[in-house]
Ligand binder design. Structure first.
Ligand code: SF4
Length: 687
């Protein structure tokens, strides 16, 4: 049996294992002693490999290019030559007629390596001439990046996943670790076993709440009020580190003024919490020798998410929990390489290595390296802008690579109308996704397991993964496909290996320069910044409390609380919050095609509801129900449970039948443009 080192393609924990191969087929996995997983895996790691083998449970693997000249025609299989020349011709025509900004691209976070994301954004900027490239960070941790960039100067986790178990206090805010990052949840359990205090802020009785010292069951949509009240307690009870604040922060006076109103008593009604609970939580957090804050989509998928992220970093700044081991701020990235897609510049405002497109020196550097006279300065479009830009005629073409927005974006009817308004859609994927049904050209790519590359874990750790089996069918690597289209458009792009791409990108990014393929070989793990080959990488940012803001100080920030944008009323009395199913990943195209995982849950997905609300609607456990919002209506199976709070219902977004994004609202945070997936007004009806 052959063994090939790999990194799990599912979440940002970055677990390392061997793929076991017999007769050119992946037959199992064997956990490795990786830095973040230390020989452990969750069920997705153990059982999530066999989609590579084309199980055809949900959908078959794509095996040859397809195109159609008109959308009312069926797809026809074509040669790569025809697919590439047709795609290049259509892209060139659209660019010439409507300008480069009429074309939008995506990066990919789903098992796609950093090298492919680098090439995709290079294609957008150097070949098309636009910064219109975005990735799924927009709909998950975009607010973390936007918020932390302002307050601390860097949008990533400040510390490392492996440090979590040595922390004395862990504040889990809107973060369901057990379902989203099971190996991080293991670290939280280990910390608890070592005596750490665990505080959970979540409206649902999530798994981590079961081991928590304190569970703060706040009302949906009250995050900002609670974070302000936390700051209020720290200041008014003198629990903050005065010397640290004076030395290392700015903005304290204004911050203090804003949070003054948010006494624990004032926010009782907004949050549904007792003032005493809020005080107790902050006393525990402030008195711990080391404390960390971990957060997930429960913080970021709100219309005020950026403000809340800034507020959470303020708690760490007030208490001096930054710049050293076992403390920090932890936006734990969801998809396995969403950190990497951002690191590689698959974002509309930055080149690889977070070098702003607005910076003339950065533009000149990349233009020179890529052999083009100039690069666009204008910040590109966010993926959540697409439906409206398409309907307004500003956007004519989308090149979607390894994403499935027709399943994962909010308000799917608006998304579909946007796609229908586009002149040309290219989908590059390993499966015939829902989005691919709207395409004019479908380009089949190799899967994780069939190519080499580097992933970034949620804690900025670069790790290599290796090809284990040969791809079956007439498929190509993502970076090869982008290169062939670029070449056909008159921009020769002929890489021969991922190492060649990696060497080019690290040479252009000072913070990655020392993370060579050689250092990353085998079980190698290097956290950026890593400025030279002698540098070991950076387990914790802000060492010595050197923040990467203009002033070098951390910014204390508070904002007035705003309620959710959509309102419940007599017609739509419940707040729908989207969540995830532990056995499935993203749009389910990969895990839905894995034998063991596909049996874990069945369509339609569940809508969980508190027994009190269920009784009012007359819904019984396991009954099929309609869930209806102001935008659509889907069937789901009711799961009546005390773990769900009164007034709210929860649905996982992975199901085709019962797709909750038919219901979600397209309101976004004004800064990050991240949708408010966590609150859409709905009602339930029996069938
Ligand atoms: Fe590790 Fe996440 Fe994969 Fe589970 S899904 S094995 S926690 S990387």
């Amino acid at each position: 049996m052959e063994k090939h080192i790999s990194v799990c393609p599912y979440c940002g924990s970055g677990c390392k294992f061997n793929l076991l191969v017999e007769n050119d087929k992946v037959v199992g996995v064997e956990p490795l002693n990786g830095v973040t997983n230390q020989g452990e895996l969750c069920l997705k790691g153990w059982y999530g490999f066999d989609f590579i083998n084309d199980t055809k449970i949900l959908t078959p693997r794509l095996k040859q290019p397809m195109l159609r000249e008109r959308r009312d025609q069926p797809f026809r299989a074509v040669s790569w030559d025809e697919a590439i020349s047709y795609t290049a011709k259509r892209l060139s025509e659209i660019k010439a007629k409507h300008g480069p900004d009429s074309i939008m691209m995506t990066g990919s976070s789903r098992g796609t390596g950093n090298e492919s994301n680098y090439v995709a954004q290079k294609f957008a900027r150097a070949v098309i001439g636009t910064n219109n490239i975005d990735c799924c960070a927009r709909v998950c941790h975009g607010p973390s990046v936007a918020g932390l960039m302002v307050t601390l100067g860097n949008g990533a986790m400040s510390n490392s996943i492996c440090e979590i178990e040595n922390t004395d206090c862990i504040l889990c805010f809107g973060y369901n670790a057990a379902d989203s990052h099971p190996i991080v949840a293991r670290r939280i359990i280990k910390a608890k076993e070592k005596g750490a205090k665990i505080i959970v802020c979540d409206p649902r009785y999530i798994e981590t709440a079961r081991i928590a010292d304190q569970w703060l069951q706040l009302k949906n949509g009250s995050n900002m009020a609670l974070v302000n009240a936390f700051a209020n307690v720290l200041i008014n009870e003198g629990l903050y580190d005065r010397a640290y604040v004076a030395r290392n922060t700015e903005g304290f006076d204004e911050y203090k003024k804003i949070v003054a109103k948010y006494t624990p008593e004032y926010v009782e009604e907004i949050t549904g919490l007792k003032a005493s609970e809020i005080r107790e939580a902050m006393r525990t957090y402030a008195k711990a020798k080391t404390a960390t804050i971990l957060w997930g989509m429960g913080v970021t998928q709100w219309g005020q998410a950026v403000d809340v992220v800034k507020g959470l970093s303020g708690l760490a700044l007030l208490t001096g929990n930054l710049g050293k081991p076992n403390v920090g701020v932890g936006p734990v990235r969801g998809q396995n390489n969403v950190q990497g897609a951002c690191d590689m510049g698959a974002l509309p405002n930055v080149f690889p290595g977070y070098q702003p497109v607005a910076d003339a020196a950065a533009r000149d550097k990349f233009a020179k390296a890529w052999g083009v006279p100039s690069l666009p300065e204008k910040v590109g479009m966010a993926i959540t802008d697409v439906p409206h830009a398409a309907e307004e005629g500003k956007l004519k073409c989308m090149y979607i690579f390894g994403e499935d927005p027709a399943q994962t974006e909010p308000d799917l009817d608006t998304v579909r109308k946007g796609f229908e308004a586009l002149d040309f859609i290219i989908v590059q994927d390993i499966f015939m996704t829902k989005t691919a049904m709207f395409a004019d050209v479908v380009l089949p790519a190799t899967s994780w397991g069939e190519h080499d590359g580097v992933f970034s874990s949620a804690d900025r750790g670069f790790q290599r993964f290796y090809k284990a089996v040969n791809a079956k069918g007439d498929v190509k690597h993502d970076w090869e496909i982008h290169g062939l289209i670029a070449t056909a458009m008159g921009y020769p792009m002929k890489y021969t290996s991922t190492e060649e791409i990696w060497n080019e990108l690290i040479s252009l990014c000072p913070i990655y320069k020392g993370a060579t393929y050689e250092k990353l070989a085998g079980l190698g793990y290097v956290q950026w910044p890593c400025p030279d080959v002698e540098h070991p990488g950076t387990p914790w940012l802000y060492e010595g409390n050197q923040f990467q803001t203009k002033s070098g100080k951390g910014l204390l920030f508070a904002a007035e609380w705003r309620p959710p944008l959509e309102k419940v009323d007599a017609e739509y009395p419940l707040g729908l919050c989207t969540v995830r199913e532990v056995g499935h990943y993203s749009c389910r195209s990969m895990t839905g095609n894995c034998n063991a995982l596909a049996t874990l849950a069945d369509e339609p997905g569940y809508v969980t509801i508190n027994p009190k609300d269920a009784a009012e609607v007359g819904v019984k456990d396991q009954e099929l129900v309609w869930v209806q919002s102001r935008r659509g209506k889907v069937i789901a199976r009711a799961s009546v449970t005390e773990r769900t709070n009164v007034g709210a219902v929860y649905m996982t977004y992975q199901w085709w039948i019962g797709a909750c994004n038919e219901l979600t609202v397209h309101h976004v945070d004004p800064i990050s443009k991240t949708p408010e997936y966590k609150f859409s007004a709905v009602r339930l009806e029996t069938i």
